[in-house]
Design a protein around this ligand. Structure first.
Ligand code: PEP
Length: 247
């Protein structure tokens, strides 16, 4: 079997502009063979200029969301085909900040199917709230989100999962590596049960207050194959350090 690919993904959320993206690219210092390992997900209008700032680069671009229909009267939405044309290789789907704004498991599933059909690799975000963890519902919750997101998806060979516990987002309170590993293992077992051996090839990323200090210890866990980085991805130096922690 080929070794599982690693990925470090920057989620810029609703931050950055043309000037700050330009200086980010200038200050990025990623050395060695990181081809295909680094992804930046900027706000939609920055996808095109950012791609142009990274000519022949091994850095990939991802989107932060996508619509499930091909085209039509969907004001404010962006199609998978347009993202593909702009060279987006990845798309975040099911981020808790989007779910909180009304995205359902059914919508997540439709977006995943549309992305896979278009040839854009979906990064499916799952994770529990603080309350659900306290009630011992973490595994059940995450398992349910994964199975619903992948309902009627035949081929998961280009799917990426990100475990992003809601209580760890932007709080500075990252999950402990061992604590995250437990959930990553549950995710892999869930994939294994439904899809078989291919589960071993699916990258499972951890997200939630990843920074230049805790990235290395997270990277040492058996089922943590990379990171989804919010706050710390806005600084080129910090983000470069995190990328190198997952080499
Ligand atoms: C995120 O919400 O995708 C995330 C990982 O945020 P942060 O790193 O800021 O916790």
């Amino acid at each position: 079997l080929p070794t599982r690919r690693k990925l470090v993904v920057a989620n810029w959320k609703m931050n950055m502009n043309v000037a700050s993206a330009t200086s980010f690219v200038e200050r990025l210092s990623i050395t060695g063979d990181t081809s295909g390992k680094v992804v930046i997900c900027p706000p939609f209008p920055l996808i095109y200029p950012l791609r142009a700032m990274l000519p022949d680069s091994s850095i990939s671009i991802g989107a932060q969301n996508v619509h499930w229909e091909d085209s039509g009267a969907f004001t404010g939405q962006v199609s998978a085909n347009l993202l593909k044309e702009l060279d987006c290789k990845y798309v975040l789907i099911g981020h808790s900040e989007v779910r909180e704004a009304g995205e359902t498991d059914g919508m997540v599933n439709q977006k995943v199917k549309q992305s896979v059909a278009t040839g854009i690799d979906p990064i499916i975000c799952v994770g529990e709230t603080h309350k659900q963890r306290e009630q011992g519902k973490t595994n059940e919750m995450v398992k349910g989100q994964i199975l619903k997101a992948l309902s009627k998806v035949d081929d998961i060979s280009n799917v990426i999962i990100a475990y992003v516990p809601i209580w760890a987002i932007g709080t500075g309170l990252s999950a402990e590596p061992e604590q995250a590993q437990v959930v990553h293992h549950v995710i892999r077992e869930t994939l294994h049960h439904s899809f078989g051996e291919i589960a071993e090839q699916v990258p499972i990323l951890y997200g939630g207050s990843v920074n230049q200090k805790n990235a290395h210890s997270l990277s040492e866990m058996k089922d943590i194959d990379g990171a989804l980085v919010g706050g710390a991805s806005l600084d080129a130096e910090n983000f470069s350090t995190i990328v190198h922690a997952f080499e």
